[in-house]
Ligand binder design. Structure first.
Ligand code: 5AD
Ligand code: SF4
Length: 476
């Protein structure tokens, strides 16, 4: 256990320690009907998470809720009386994973354990999950997490078909306790759901409509995080910059960034994911004005072709996207830009794919996530013929990634000799080897003779660069 004020770190043999926020555990509980019981008295739970950071953070909140209710977390399904999978359905492969997990219980039909499916696959498949895997007793989408305490009570009473599948909610998922996995960077969801309607995407169906949390709640949580010793917070949302403060204060997203940065103890504020259409100049100004607001924008483009963007219902053209990039590049402080790209969208021609390549060349992204188009249930693009073969999609993906590798190698090489502030978040097994992130979210592996650096901010000089990353040395 590591001594950090107010935080009890339990190392469960996982790669990362996790925190139980002790003060909040012993404070008043969020739901009046929930009476905390001593640790482990209700049983044990195992929680596995698939997918994005939003899911990771939802799991932190679900775990907090279970801990405050008297469950104990364990690291294997075998040791658990309740097994929960927080699932992702953004692409078919991700969705399949959970059914292979559930299939492992087929022979023994769950062995009397409570098995629950949470998140996007739960929302998408609904009660059909009970048919495919009758040993499952909880199916709950993320828009219903605020009702989890009642659902848990029903499970505890022996109910074996408990569902939470409504998406027409204006509630956000508030927990009194959040069991955070990462001791250095705290995730904090400020907006749930998505009101965009990208034609390939399941998120509006699985996570429901946009709901923003009040700026007062967000800031209160940031202050608590700072008191607990967190110095970096990452504000989360599928379209984080569409944030619309429901309180009378009506803070703009850029104002919220500045207000979070203003909290005593906070040194870094990150945010992801930004939607290009809602990316306005005041966000750039906030980054320019306040060094604590990190110089990194994740701005998914998806395609470089206006025709494909229209078919994707992305609400901007190639030119409009490039105008946003020009606005970000014109900032007084250089800002790192990363993106997401989908290749092989229905009807994407070779020439249109090449437009994506030329966009990469033009923008010079710092990093990119890229995916083969995957047809998803309920989405408008499902009815367009998925005309491009898997082989062709694979080839386009490889060409795209080669291009990005080239760009990154050249960009990284230009950083040789530069010094960056790094928040140290990892220690290698190899002696004197550490790892951390710069403000613009570049990962650096570096050497240092210092004995303990985890969680501290240090200056690192770049001494080597490849397309994959940077290496450096502690500059004292
Ligand atoms: N197929 C492939 N990639 C997808 N994404 C979202 N939906 C799909 C899909 N159906 C990608 C987008 C998004 C990222 C999180 O996942 O690039 O930005
Ligand atoms: Fe999906 Fe588009 Fe919403 Fe992002 S903005 S979550 S891609 S619908």
């Amino acid at each position: 256990m590591r001594g950090k004020a107010g935080v009890l770190n339990c190392v469960l043999g996982m790669s990362k320690p996790f925190d139980i926020e002790l003060e909040r555990l012993t404070g008043p509980v969020a739901y009046s009907e929930v009476q905390p019981v001593p640790d482990g008295q209700r049983g044990t739970f195992f929680l596995e998470t698939f997918g994005c950071q939003m899911n990771d953070h939802d799991s932190e909140k679900v775990a907090g809720l279970l801990l405050s209710r008297g469950y104990q977390q364990v690291e294997t399904p075998e040791a658990a009386s309740m097994i929960l999978y927080n699932t992702c359905s953004i692409r078919e492969k991700a969705a399949q994973k959970v059914f292979s997990r559930l299939g492992e219980f087929r022979e023994k039909q769950g062995e009397g354990k409570v098995i629950g499916v949470l998140g996007c696959v739960a929302q998408q498949e609904g009660e059909d999950i009970f048919k495919r895997a009758p040993w499952v007793s909880l199916v709950c989408g993320s828009a219903s997490y605020s009702k989890l305490p009642e659902m848990l009570a029903r499970l505890e009473a022996g109910n074996s078909r408990v569902t939470g599948l409504d998406t027409d909610t204006d509630e956000t998922f508030e927990t009194e306790v959040t069991r955070r996995d990462n001791p250095w960077r705290a995730y904090l969801t400020i907006i749930e759901g998505c009101d965009k309607a990208c034609s390939y995407c399941v998120v509006p169906f699985t996570r429901g409509p946009e709901r923003s949390r009040g700026s007062d709640l967000v800031l209160r949580e940031v202050r608590q995080l700072a008191e607990l010793g967190y110095s970096e917070v990452q504000l989360l949302g599928q379209t984080v910059n569409s944030y619309a403060d429901p309180t009378a204060r009506k803070m703009r997203f850029s104002e919220l960034l500045l207000a979070v940065a203003d909290v005593v103890g906070i040194r870094r504020v990150r945010f992801t994911t930004s939607h290009p259409s809602d990316f306005t100049h005041d966000i750039v100004e906030a980054i320019e004005r306040e060094p604590k607001v990190c110089d990194h924008v994740h701005l998914p483009v998806q395609s470089g072709s206006t025709r494909v963007l229209r078919a994707m219902q992305r609400t901007y053209s190639r030119e409009e996207y490039l105008e946003k990039i020009a606005m970000i590049r014109a900032a007084k402080r250089p800002i790192g830009i990363t993106t997401d790209v989908i290749v092989g969208f229905p009807g994407e021609t070779e020439a249109e794919f090449e437009e994506t390549l030329s966009l990469l060349e033009e923008v010079q992204y710092d990093s990119m996530f890229s995916f083969k188009y995957s047809p998803r249930p309920n989405t408008p693009s499902l009815s367009m013929s998925d005309s491009i073969s898997e082989e062709e999609k694979g080839q386009r993906l490889a060409v795209l990634q080669d291009k990005q590798r080239e760009i990154q190698a050249a960009k990284h090489a230009r950083l040789l000799g530069d010094c960056f502030e790094v928040l140290v978040s990892g220690k290698s097994r190899r002696e004197n080897q550490w790892t951390g992130y710069t403000t613009s979210h570049r990962m650096i592996n570096f050497t240092s003779q210092a004995r303990e650096l985890l969680g501290t901010y240090v200056q690192v000089r770049v001494t080597g660069a490849t397309s994959n990353g940077l290496v450096g040395e502690h500059a004292v």
